[in-house]
Design a protein around this ligand. Structure first.
Ligand code: CTP
Ligand code: K
Ligand code: MG
Length: 166
C-alpha cells in the first residue's frame, strides 16, 4: 500500500501552483475541483509513489519490469495514480456537496485514495490484485488507514505542509 499512501502525503509536500481545474467553476457556480488539487501535486505525488514502489520491488530482489502477477512498476503506477485520481474524484463530489477546499468530509477523506488505488489495481492488474488483496488484508488496510491518515496529517500540519490537521 505504500505506493498508494505516499502520493497523498507527497502531494501535500510538493503541491501548489496551477490547479488541475484551471480555476474554473462547475454549473453550480462552485469550483470544479478547487485549489487543493494541483498539477504539481498530482504528478509529484505519483512520482514519489513510484519511487517508493521501485524501492520496494528492489528490496524484494525482483526485477522492476517483472511479469504479472508480481509487484512490478505497472502495479506501482496503478496504485499511485489510482490513489490521486480517487482523491481528485472525491474533491469533485466534495465541491458539489458544498464543502470548501480543505473542509472536513468524514470517512470519504480517509478512504478516497484507498478506493481509487484498489479500483485501479483490480481493473488494471486483476491477477496481482486478487493474489495480494485478500479479505483479511483488505480488513487490515481499512483499520490501519484512518489511524495512519490522522497521524501523518498531524505531522504534516506541524511541519507546515498542511493547512489543517485532518
Ligand atoms: N495537493 C495538491 N494536488 C493534489 C492533491 C493534493 O497540490 N492533486 C496538495 C494541496 O496543497 C492540498 C494538500 O495537498 O491542500 C492536501 O491534500 P487534500 O487534503 O487532499 O486537499 P484539500 O486541501 O483538503 O482539498 P479538498 O477539500 O479538495 O480535498
Ligand atoms: K486526500
Ligand atoms: Mg483535505
Amino acid at each position: 500500500m505504500l505506493p498508494a499512501y505516499v502520493p497523498n502525503s507527497a502531494a501535500a509536500a510538493v503541491g501548489g501552483g496551477i490547479p488541475i481545474d484551471g480555476g474554473h467553476t462547475w454549473y453550480d457556480g462552485k469550483r470544479i475541483l478547487g485549489d487543493g488539487k494541483t498539477i504539481r501535486g498530482f504528478f509529484g505525488g505519483v512520482a514519489c509513489g513510484c519511487i517508493i514502489g521501485i524501492l520496494q520491488i528492489m528490496a524484494q530482489g525482483q526485477p522492476v519490469f517483472s511479469m504479472l502477477p508480481k509487484l512490478n512498476i505497472f502495479s506501482v503506477l496503478l496504485l499511485a495514480t489510482g490513489a490521486l485520481v480517487g482523491d481528485m474524484v472525491k474533491s469533485f463530489f466534495k465541491r458539489r456537496a458544498g464543502i470548501e477546499r480543505g473542509g472536513k468530509w468524514p470517512l470519504v477523506d480517509q478512504y478516497d485514495f484507498v478506493a481509487g488505488a484498489f479500483l485501479f489495481l483490480f481493473v488494471g492488474n486483476p491477477a496481482f490484485a486478487f493474489s495480494v488483496l485478500t479479505v483479511p488484508v483488505i480488513i487490515a488496510i481499512l483499520i490501519i488507514t484512518p489511524v495512519l491518515h490522522r497521524v501523518v496529517n498531524i505531522i504534516g500540519y506541524k511541519m507546515g505542509v498542511k493547512d489543517v490537521p485532518w
